[in-house]
Structure formats: C-alpha cells, structure tokens
Design a protein around this ligand. Structure first.
Ligand code: SF4
Ligand code: SF4
Length: 139
C-alpha cells in the first residue's frame, strides 16, 4: 500500500471560486487530510489559501489537477512566508519566536541563520519580531 506524504501548498484563486466545496472534494473524493494554515480574501476578491495536503502521492497529484480546473494557481513550494537572505543580518532575534525551527542556526560557529521553508507553519511571528524586515508575507 502506498505511503502517505504531506505536501504544503499555496492556492491562489483569481476571483474567489467557492473555497469550501474545493476543500470538501479534496477530503471526500481524493481521500486527503487537509490542514489549512492561512486563508485570506482580498478586497478584489482574490483568495489565498496555504494548506498541507496529506495522502498518497497519486491522490495528491490527482487533487492538484482537480483544483487547477477551477482556474486556481497552485504553488507547491507553499511560500506564504518568505525570508530575504540579503536583508537578514543573522541577529538571531527570530530564533526564540519561531515555534518550528524553520528559522534556525545552520552553523554554530558563525551563528548563521537559514530558513527551512518546509518547516514553516506561517504563524507570522518572525514578521512581527524581525528588526530588519527580512521575513515577509506573500499576502
Ligand atoms: S530576526 Fe530577521 S534579521 Fe534577525 S536573524 Fe531573524 S530573519 Fe535574520
Ligand atoms: S512564520 Fe512562524 S513558523 Fe514560519 S519562519 Fe516565521 S516564526 Fe517560523
């Protein structure tokens, strides 16, 4: 039996297509577990949804094809939160605020900071505390 994997994705709905039925179909028709981190609708009625999909690779691939039929852009890197390596001064302020160690020290000797996108749960804490604006939200 194929193993389950979890993939983080960002869905962009150009003109808010019905979010709720899509999630419903991901769960019911594609046997996926869905964990929504963030959802936003802009005043222009564009919709953003950052979520984890858990299921088999095949089910996730089929689900993504299904979602795309609604004219939804799917970003499989799931980059709702971005980190600008140029702006980061490696001050370390964010380290104690990041609950998942997505922002972490890669080299204990130099105290250099790195951002591990796959670990980020989009809590936005780093955006609030970073004094140098190195962390930002895509929406
Ligand atoms: S708080 Fe900002 S500048 Fe400081 S280490 Fe974290 S991301 Fe880099
Ligand atoms: S958004 Fe939260 S989880 Fe992601 S890097 Fe920033 S503090 Fe860490």
């Amino acid at each position: 039996m194929p193993e389950n994997v979890t993939k983080k994705m960002l869905f962009f709905f150009p003109k808010c297509e019905c979010e709720e039925p899509i999630i419903y179909h991901l769960v019911k028709d594609h046997n996926l577990r869905v964990n929504v981190f963030r959802a936003k609708v802009t005043p222009e009625e564009e919709g953003y949804l950052v979520l984890d999909l858990t299921g088999t690779e095949a089910d996730i691939a089929k689900a993504v094809e299904f979602v795309k039929t609604f004219n939804v852009t799917v970003n499989t890197a799931g980059k709702g939160v971005t980190w600008d390596a140029e702006r980061c001064t490696h001050c370390g302020v964010c380290l104690t605020h990041c609950p998942t160690q997505a922002l972490c020290v890669t080299n204990p000797a130099t105290r250099e900071i790195a951002f591990v996108d796959a670990k980020c749960i989009e809590c936005l804490a780093c955006i609030r505390v970073c004094p140098f604006g190195a962390c930002a939200s895509a929406f």
